[in-house]
Design a protein around this ligand. Structure first.
Ligand code: DDH
Length: 286
């Protein structure tokens, strides 16, 4: 990758308004999933960033180690190669953007264009890391586990309970793929629209174990069309998490306001921005 690697200052030559538009143009594809790459772009941004460890200051979106083996092959990252491949032509078109900036900006564009809140975003990540900087496997949450594990993982990144609940609201988007994580199905009926439906569906449905040969997960008793992971269910059963679930289920504005703050924080974990890095608040295309 060294031929295309951006240096510490090269982001200054990039017109990020143009990159925003070009990413937005890559979202729709009637032959992919539910018709949009948006959800998998959000997941790419999150998994690029969520490896951060506050103690060792390793991981995070800067340097984009997610594109190198072995991190690219970690079980949690299965399927994200599709998102990275979709974005690769933009790295060719804008060689001065770093992978870390490209992957995080893709998440921002997806949240906004799918109807979510405006997300403040700064450029300035660079491609200085190598495969030797890949994070150890196991830093991202394991969907088979419960509240204790979820807290361990997100406290390690520096988040509190309220921020953790806000972030899991991203599970309004997209779906699980049996070919990627092993789990199957979307969380609600509008997986390409950013809503507070993760919380409303979690509370409003009766969730029963799915009868199948795959990993243990839940389906809604009524239609069987929607799903919850064991780790998702922890947000219903844990009283400290539940407080915020109740709030976000009834107050979409509060969810949007808290999500956007926590999502920007996630995308910036461990990044040393140049002092004069501008903060963008992009307008949506339509
Ligand atoms: Fe997630 N997530 N996630 N997630 N996630 C999956 C899909 C998506 C967990 C497990 C899974 C966040 C937190 C957690 C998105 C965003 C975010 C899948 C299915 C699993 C499994 C993957 C597949 O089969 O393709 C667990 C566990 C947690 C946890 O917190 C305990 C967070 C914080 C975010 C975020 O963006 C802020 C999105 C979007 C998807 C849908 C991807 C797609 O392709 O569609």
């Amino acid at each position: 990758n060294s031929a295309t690697a951006s240096s510490a200052d090269s982001w200054r030559k990039v017109n990020f308004y143009n990159v925003y538009k070009d990413i937005a143009d890559l979202l729709e594809d009637e032959n992919y999933d539910d018709g949009s790459y948006g959800p998998v772009f959000v997941r790419l941004a999150w998994h690029s960033s969520g490896t951060f460890d506050t103690k060792t200051k390793t991981g995070g979106s800067d340097g984009a180690t997610i594109r190198f083996a072995p991190e690219s092959g970690h079980g949690a990252n299965a399927g994200l190669d599709a998102a990275r491949a979709r974005l690769e032509p933009l790295k060719k078109k804008y060689p001065n953007i770093s992978y870390g900036d490209l992957y995080t900006l893709a998440g921002v564009v997806a949240v906004q264009e799918l109807g979510g809140p405006t997300v403040r975003w700064r450029p300035g990540r660079s491609d200085y890391k190598t495969a030797a900087d890949c994070t150890p496997d196991g830093r991202l949450p394991d969907a088979a586990q419960g509240a204790g594990h979820v807290r361990d993982v997100f406290y390690r990144m520096g988040f509190n309970d309220q921020e953790i609940v806000a972030l899991i609201g991203a599970h309004a988007l997209g779906r699980c793929h049996s070919t990627r994580s092993g789990y199957e199905g979307p969380w609600n009926a509008s997986p390409t629209v950013f809503t507070n439906f993760f919380f409303t569906e979690l509370l409003d449905n009766t969730w029963v174990p799915k009868k199948w040969n795959g990993p243990f997960q839940y389906v809604d008793k009524n239609s069987g069309a929607f799903m919850m992971l064991p780790a998702d269910m922890a947000f219903k059963t844990d009283p400290q998490f539940r407080k915020y679930v109740d709030k976000y289920a009834t107050d979409q504005d509060a969810f949007f306001a808290d999500f956007t703050k926590a999502f920007t924080k996630l995308l910036e974990l461990g990044v040393k921005f140049p002092e004069d890095a501008p903060v963008y608040e992009f307008k949506t295309l339509e």
